[in-house]
Every structure is written in C-alpha cells, then in structure tokens.
Design a protein around this ligand. Structure first.
Ligand SMILES: Cc1cc2nc3c(=O)[nH]c(=O)nc-3n(C[C@H](O)[C@H](O)[C@H](O)COP(=O)(O)O)c2cc1C
Length: 357
C-alpha cells in the first residue's frame, strides 16, 4: 500500500503531472475514474513567491482531492521552502519536487532535470521543502543524458534527505519523450532504496501498467500520455470496463463545461493578468476556455471513426454552444465507433509542443 503522510492511497495508479493538462477539471475526472492521486502540473516556486496571480491559480483544489499534491519546480532551496509553505497554506497535503523537466527555460536556473546533475543540491531542496511540514516526494528522470545515467544515486540521496517516495520517468533528459523508457532502471532504483518507488514511462494500456509492476517491482505507476483523452485507463486498471460511447460523450461534455467554469473562476487571476479581451473578462475567459479545450477534443476523438474531419472542424469553433453541439453530434454519431485500421491502433500523435517535465 502506498502511503503519503497520513494518507493511504486506495491503489497504485497515479496520474502523471502534465503541464496544460493536469488542471483541476481533469484531475477530478481522473480521480473519479479511479486514479489514487493526481498531482498538479509543475508550478514555479519563483512565480509563487513573487505572488504572481497567474501562478496562484494552479493551487486551486477541489474538495474531493485528498490528498492534494502540488508539484513545485525551482533551483533555490530557500525559495522552494517559501513556495512550499505557500502551497501548504493554500491546502496542499504534500509537495512533489520536479527534477525531470527538460525545458531549457527551467534547467538553466538549476531546476527540473538540472538537479539530476547535482544530487546533493537535489537533496538540499528536499530538506528545505520539508520545512513546510508536509511529506515531500520527487519526480526524477534516469539521468541527464546517456553518459550520465544516475537515477540510483539521485534516489539514494533523496531518500537520505527524507523524501517520502521517488517517482522515476525512465528516460534521460536528453531523450525528451522519444525512444522507449528503460524500465530496467526502475527495477534498479527499487532495489537500491527502502522508500516506495513509482515507475513512469510508456504505460499506455492497462496491461502495460500491470506489466510495469511485475517487471520492476515498483510500488506505484504514473500514467501520462496514456490518460490523454482516455482517463478510463484508471477504471480499467482497477478492473472496470472501457467506456461506452454514451459515457464518452457525457464525460467530454462535462469536462468541457468544467474547464469553462474553471477558466471563468480563475479569470481574475489568469485572463486579467493576460490583459482581458475585447468582450470583457468573462467573454475573454470563455474564448480562452474553448481554445484551451481544443487539444482535449482531439485527444478524446483519437482512434474514433471520422476523427480527422471532426478535428478539422473542432479547431475552427470559438462559441461554446457550437462546441457542445459538435461534441454531441460527433461522440453521439460517427465517433461513437472505433476506427478499424488495418495496422491496428494508430500511434498517439500528440502535439507535445510546449510539453514540460
Ligand atoms: C503534455 C505534457 C506535460 C508534462 N508536464 C509535466 C509536468 O508539469 N511535470 C512533470 O513532472 N512532468 C511532466 N510531464 C512528463 C510526464 O509527467 C511523464 O513523466 C511523461 O509523459 C512520461 O510518462 P508517459 O509515457 O506515461 O507519458 C509532461 C508530459 C506531457 C506529455
């Protein structure tokens, strides 16, 4: 059983933190479908400490989120400690430290995967964050690049610093999201530390999730891209069925509405900070919500009949009423069936521009 402070998680399946995806509406959906934990996307410690309104919106939790885990990134221990205290005061039950983000904007400040190059510094950050009085977890990669695969050393340093667990995305920083994750490294980390180890990388089916547990002995499994457009993967991992067409239509509608509500609720923080818009903050928030949701629509349509025509139309719609009508028409009509492709499942053609982590 995975524990996090006073919480005993109900299973081992965890939604991986994903920038632009792991917002409150999607976290709530994944949790409802069985995910034991859904950490926030990475949140800038510098942004929090500067009291940036845009950053604070990432700390909004739903009452159902228990425990609520906030992922922070930063390279400065004092600033990370201050940000952790702010997250705690906003309701966080635990802090996850991002030690995997490969994006230069993040690594050049000694944060994200740059911490893999300095295990002692990474440990110092865990100790600093722990001063907020919450359990601290860390998410690492296998190493900086092929010549510096040091996940075992990093995990041991983090364990000695008091980390509650370590999650490992079994790719190096240099690999980004390409190539295959090397699960054997998850097994090596598991063998080298006493704290729980959460494996991550390339779990796109329930079978792969179970296989990762068998092959590596990991205590938990984080699922990222495999949950995009398919949060039912968590229900299936818990032994439940895949979605019916009607369930999919309803969930997409509900997700869309929740996303618009979330954007409207945080408009004073996000949209106003971005300069509002011609029709006032509410109209601008609605447009922002619709545009943000487009990628989700594409992922939900993935593998369904008529998906490419639906995609082309979906990206032209700005009016929420039109989007709702299009969702009903597609997921209730042609898209209620899976596409039969001669070569089996198509590759996930996810647009990962701007992906962090
Ligand atoms: C769109 C996107 C955004 C991501 N953002 C984050 C992030 O904010 N924090 C983080 O630790 N990892 C982030 N990641 C990495 C994922 O958490 C995960 O480690 C990676 O996708 C590998 O798992 P998968 O093969 O199950 O997708 C992101 C990945 C994607 C695809």
């Amino acid at each position: 059983m995975l524990r996090l402070g006073p919480y005993v998680l109900r299973n081992r399946w965890i939604l991986a933190p994903m920038a632009g995806v792991s917002e409150r509406p999607f976290r709530v959906i994944a949790q409802r479908l069985g995910a034991a934990l859904c950490p926030t996307e990475l949140v800038s410690s510098a942004g929090l400490v500067r009291a940036s309104a845009r950053t604070r919106k990432y700390l909004r939790r739903d009452p159902a989120e228990q425990p609520f885990v906030v992922q922070l990134f930063g390279g400065d221990p004092a600033q990370m400690a201050e940000a952790a205290a702010m997250a705690r005061d906003a309701g966080a039950d635990a802090i996850d430290v991002n030690m995997g983000c490969p994006v230069p904007k993040v690594t050049k400040n000694g944060a994200g995967s740059a911490l893999l190059c300095q295990p002692e510094r990474a440990a110092e950050i865990v100790r600093a964050v722990a001063t907020a009085g919450l359990p601290v977890t860390a998410k690492i990669r296998s190493g900086w690049d092929q010549s510096r695969i040091n996940a075992v050393e990093v995990a041991q340093a983090l364990e000695a610093a008091g980390a509650a667990w370590v999650a490992i995305h079994a790719r190096s920083r240099a690999q980004g999201y390409a190539g295959r994750a090397d699960w054997s490294l998850i097994a090596k980390v598991k063998a080298a530390v006493q704290i729980p180890v959460v494996g991550n990388g390339d779990v796109t089916t329930p079978e792969a999730g179970r296989r990762m547990v068998e092959e590596t002995g990991c205590d938990g499994v984080m699922i990222g891209r495999g949950a995009l457009g398919n949060p039912w993967i968590f229900r299936e991992l818990c032994g439940g069925p895949p979605p019916t067409a009607e369930e999919r239509r309803e969930l997409v509608r509900g997700h869309f509405d929740a996303q618009l509500d979330f954007v409207a609720e945080t408009a004073g923080e996000g949209a106003r900070a971005a300069g509002g818009g011609a029709g006032g903050p509410r109209a601008s928030a609605s447009l922002q919500g619709v545009r943000q949701f487009r990628k989700q629509l594409l992922w939900y349509a993935h593998g369904l009949r008529g998906a490419s025509a639906f995609r082309q139309r979906a990206v032209t719609l700005d009016d929420p009423r039109e989007v709702r009508a299009a969702i009903d028409a597609f997921f209730g009509g042609e898209g209620s069936e899976r596409e039969e492709l001669p070569g089996g499942e198509p590759e996930l053609d996810l647009d990962l521009r701007g992906a962090l982590g």
